[in-house]
Ligand binder design. Sequence first.
Ligand code: FDA
Length: 509
Amino acid sequence: HTEENIENLVIGSGYGGAVAALRLTQADKKVVMLEMGLNWEKEEGKYKPFSDLITPKNNSTWLNKATQAPMMNIARFNKKFTGVLDRMDFENIKVYAGRGVGGGSLVNGGMAVQPKKAYFQEIFPDLNVDQFWDTYFPLAQKELDVNEISDEYYEQTPYYKFARVGESEAHHAGFEIVRVPNVYSFEYMKKEEAGEVPKSALAKEVIYGNNHGKQSLEKTYLKKALETGLLNIQDLHRVDYIKKTEKGYTVYVDLIDTAGLVIAKKTIHCQKLFLNGGSVGTTKLLLASMHKGKMKNFDKSVGSHWGNNGNVMTGRNMVNTLFNRVENESTESNYSTGTGSKQSTIPVSGIDHWEDKKHAFFAEISPLPMGMEVYTALYLVINKVPVPGRISFDPSINDIRIHWEEKNFKHTVDNAKYFIKKMNKANGGTPSGLLWKGGYGPDICYHPLGGAVLGKTTDLYGRVKGYEHLYITDGALVPASIGVNPFLTITAIAEYCMEEIIKSDFQEE
Ligand code: FDA
């Protein structure tokens, strides 16, 4: 058991944590960052390479003897390992999250989507939207290295046949199509295809980590922060709960090994504390600290306004679309059906149906790179969450519960059904046997949001109400849904909060 005294502690190394670390170190503050997952870069990448989708090793999966990704074949392992993709199972919802230095950026599809301005304003009525559009979104895009696929490459590569077919089908069904920016380098991808560099997106790597090409946080924010010499990242450090002390906070940490066993305990005393464990991680820390650390002053909103960004995974079997296509004379598919045996793992297209009052949704045209033609079109549909769920702490299991019921997600399934019905009517297609019962997965959550909402659990800058020098700048601040893939928004909000926190709360020093 060891004890440490430090000034600034950041828990979690995803988007919220990485922005906090960079802006603190750039303001000349020393920072210690704790991350429960591995630092995948340490010891020359000893635990890499990351696994591809088809042949996952145990570094694909967080402390489980089998992979847990949706749709993919299940691989089994002899030993549990602190792998990169976690799935937290609750009663009606399974929440996925990245584990390791870089958090979700290690496993996500890299889609860097700016939300609808009007919806952002609806979700955050107290924020100055123009300031976000002029300052914080462009800043986030720049720091995250966001880029766009060129039309020229997109149109000709076999690896985006799935997206071109998806766009042409959506167009034919009367939907609006948008091209979506990403943090995966499309210059790198072109070189992959040309055989000039090792393949990653074109070699079925994504949710178990990309070995190349993706500008995840350890290559952007965290790299810059480390270059200041003021950031110390400690991996395999899992925070259990916190307590308020006279001068700041005491943080109780379990040090784990790569099998997930607790090998030591550490107590860290800090003056300023930044909680950035992601929506579920941060909310869990707050609730655990309420119960175990006797922190009773939190606002009563802690745990509320939680949602899955309205995520529903769905798809269509396309075998019968060949004949329809010939009739419809839609592009490219006159000669071939399906989505292609070669597929980039990086999504670049979306269907924007947000303005429809009755069925508002945004659908990502997702790849399903199985290495062969599977005649399946896959979509991640994103919806509003008018009735949010809730996270609570249950002392009898010493863990949280997520309350997520039909009233929270029924409309998301209705929207997905409406979408699929229109697509099938225009293009052919049937429910996909590869997917869930009935073809809809509303129990999946790639985009957990909320639990410690901006302006409710915190003030308008992420300062936790009821406590001094306790901050949150991650996805927990966003109430339940933002209408598009969320990390660009999370990064922009973190930038906005950190600017004010550094300006006002570090004055006395
Ligand atoms: P994030 O989860 O990134 O980081 C939290 C970190 O804290 C993690 O590293 C975690 O291990 C650590 N932590 C938690 N509790 C801790 C504790 N008690 N002690 C120590 N460490 C702790 N979004 C998007 O915009 N575009 C996309 O294409 C995708 N695609 C996508 C695919 C998949 C498979 C997933 C799972 C997710 C996405 N996302 C996405 C979602 C996106 O990755 C997500 O919204 C952000 O990573 C959330 O950022 P945060 O900073 O809130 O938490």
